[in-house]
Ligand binder design. Sequence first.
Ligand code: AMP
Length: 175
Amino acid sequence: MNIPKHLEYAYSRIVDVADFPKPGILFKDITPVLEDEKAFAAVVDDLASHLNGANKVAGIESRGFIFAAAIAAKHNLGLVLLRKPGKLPRETHVIQYQLEYGFDSLEMHVDSLNQKDSVILIDDVLATGGTLLAGSELIAKSGARLTNSAVFIEISALKSRTRLSSIPVHSSIIV
Ligand code: AMP
């Protein structure tokens, strides 16, 4: 467990919900964090302090969008959306990745990024790491450079770090 002092209040706003969306999952509900201006701002500031020179912020659907958009607007950076299949209307890069049961995929418009871009990848929760890894692979497909990836909450029991050893990852809090 690692909860930095400046995020203790934001941490106190997270609500753990047992057996959602299915039995056995302890869901980290961040909606009370978003509803509290002090908590939300503290998380956005923490994530944004790890841009490492990025000129674009890529957010993962859907809760990653919220933090990514706030960081992008605050720091005058472009926002790139990594979306679930079938949502983006034009040509996309696609990465399929494994879930506990079955597969999912993420898509990004092919013209969202190019090799001149430096990108930070944002999501809310890091669980097994499959989603963040797929996001980093989408960015790699575009030729852009991943400066960092950053999540609000890392669930350390799921040991995503081994899987993510090839990419930089900042977690605001580790539970
Ligand atoms: P994973 O690919 O296993 O790291 O899962 C990360 C994605 O699933 C993120 O986009 C999260 O929003 C969501 N997620 C996974 N586990 C949880 C959880 N326990 N609580 C909230 N969101 C979760």
